[in-house]
Design a protein around this ligand. Structure first.
Ligand SMILES: [Zn+2]
Ligand SMILES: [Zn+2]
Length: 475
């Protein structure tokens, strides 16, 4: 068993519903890497080969199926996929799903997936609309052309969940929970055998901690026959808190006269909120990147309460791209703008846009978010003496991450930002908190998922069913 890659099929009489449809990083990393990717021309077959996708009928997109001579079924064989949140290990294999399979998630999760589709680099895409591949049409000259762009786009059928709804006749409750990003939700499925609870990924601390408690209360009230419970940190007892991250960060920023450089995960909207609040309290502005700005704009349109791009304490960093001529007066605005993707161009003239030059001139004004790949910007920003670095991401847990950290540390040393402050809080419950959730909810059975230590659940529950990939559990 492993952390993530959730693809849980729940069958109740003739109803078939998937809980999440994510990528298993641990299996994927055994065979593939950044430069060794499954071949698109082989549709789903490269993934089926290694068990990265389950071999089921009526589930996968028709363009990939027919391209590989697998005849697609005329109808989908599933009533829908319920998504708990928009982390890759829960949502990224939506890419392979049929275009007519209904998807259920919160508005926040959908906005994050839309940002991934529209601003992401290759790989994770087709989450919101599917771009039909391997199709041709007869063009105006009577020849054959490949179908691309808008013509090939088919929107996927999304249903925004909020409290109660039905999926193929099955009554479901969605209960928001705190995780680390906007739009995380747990589910209670009212099956004919009794209620089944699915936690998704969750924690008690953070800005929506109260919602997690309300979910636990509600789940206890329905007296579930089973609780499918994540156990990422069941082997950990350290108590994490988002509040503590904020306190430590504020202390560090208070002591810093120069630039504060910070790294936190790009879509960790709770962490962004924490550093935004630190910026407010220390009279600085948090400088986010273009992808984050795009996501905040989607949230604003959806009415989700997060910092706004035009806030006094937010700035949007405009990096130099291909020609690198942003704000270079030797070139026309047209040429300057052509360096950027269409979705990026709206921000170039935004009143809150900042460049490396702006940050270099007034380092004490900013908290500059900069991840591993953005460290290059420090060459232009040239952090002044008395600047600092706060690393607010998890500790490395494999060799590649350790190598990346080593490299990042070389950069930090070079720019006088070493040693740095490390402060992070996990998006998951620890041992005591999982025990508390399970003992409060009192399910007849616990099914641990998303963990390397499922057996630990037996310490506090008498009926733990440890699932195996591809094996059925009868309730
Ligand atoms: Zn996860
Ligand atoms: Zn997650």
């Amino acid at each position: 068993m492993e952390i993530g890659g959730n693809k849980i099929l729940l069958e109740d009489q003739d109803k078939r519903v998937f809980l999440d449809f994510g990528m298993s990083f641990s299996i994927a990393n055994q065979y593939f890497d950044e430069f060794m990717q499954p071949r698109k021309c082989n549709g789903i077959l490269d993934l089926l080969e290694f068990g990265l996708l389950p071999d089921l009928k009526g589930l996968y997109r028709c363009d990939y199926q027919s391209h590989c001579n697998l005849s697609p079924d005329p109808e989908p064989a599933f009533d829908g996929v319920l998504l708990s949140h928009a982390h890759m290990d829960h949502c990224s294999y939506i890419h392979y799903l049929r275009e007519d399979i209904s998807l259920y998630c919160t508005q926040g999760a959908k906005d994050i997936m839309q940002a991934l589709d529209e601003t992401g680099s290759t790989g994770t895409c087709d989450l919101i609309s599917l771009k039909e591949s391997f199709q041709t049409y007869i063009n105006s000259k009577g020849g054959e052309s490949k179908l691309t762009g808008e013509k090939a786009k088919k929107p996927r059928p999304y249903n925004i969940v909020d409290s109660s709804f039905t999926v193929g006749g099955l009554d479901v409750e969605a209960l928001p929970v705190s995780h680390s990003l906007e739009g995380a939700t747990a589910y209670i499925l009212h099956t004919s055998a009794g209620p089944v609870v699915y936690t998704g990924d969750f924690r008690f601390h953070g800005y929506k901690g109260d919602e997690t408690r309300r979910f636990v209360e509600r789940a206890a009230a329905v007296e579930p026959i089973a609780m499918i419970c994540e156990g990422t940190r069941i082997d950990k007892t350290e108590v994490d808190s988002e509040e503590r991250v904020k306190e430590v960060a504020k202390e560090r920023v208070d002591k810093t006269k120069g630039l504060v450089v910070v790294n936190f995960p790009i879509r960790d909207t709770d962490r962004m909120q924490s550093f935004y609040q630190v910026a407010q309290q220390t009279d600085r502005a948090l400088v986010i990147n273009l992808k984050q700005a795009y996501l905040l704009e989607l949230f604003r349109t959806s009415g989700i309460a997060t910092p706004r791009v035009d806030d006094d304490h937010i700035r949007v960093y405009i990096p130099r791209k291909t020609w690198g001529v942003y704000e270079d007066e030797r070139f026309s605005e047209k040429i300057q703008h052509e360096d950027y993707d269409y979705w990026e161009r709206d921000f170039l003239d935004h009143p809150n846009a900042v460049s490396a030059k702006n940050i270099k001139e007034d380092p004490g004004e900013y908290i500059f978010r900069c991840d591993f790949f953005e460290l290059k910007e420090l060459i232009d920003v040239k952090p002044a003496a008395g600047s600092c670095y706060i690393r607010s991401v998890r500790e490395p847990f494999d060799i590649e991450m350790e190598l990346d950290l080593k490299k990042a540390e070389n950069w930090l040393t070079h720019f006088g930002l070493y040693p740095y402050t490390q402060i992070h809080a996990s998006g998951h419950l620890n041992y005591d908190e999982i025990r508390e959730a399970v003992q409060t909810i009192k399910p007849a059975a616990v099914i641990p998922v998303h963990t390397q230590h499922p057996e630990v659940f037996q310490n506090f529950h008498h009926n733990v069913i440890i699932p195996q990939i591809g094996q059925e559990i009868e309730l």
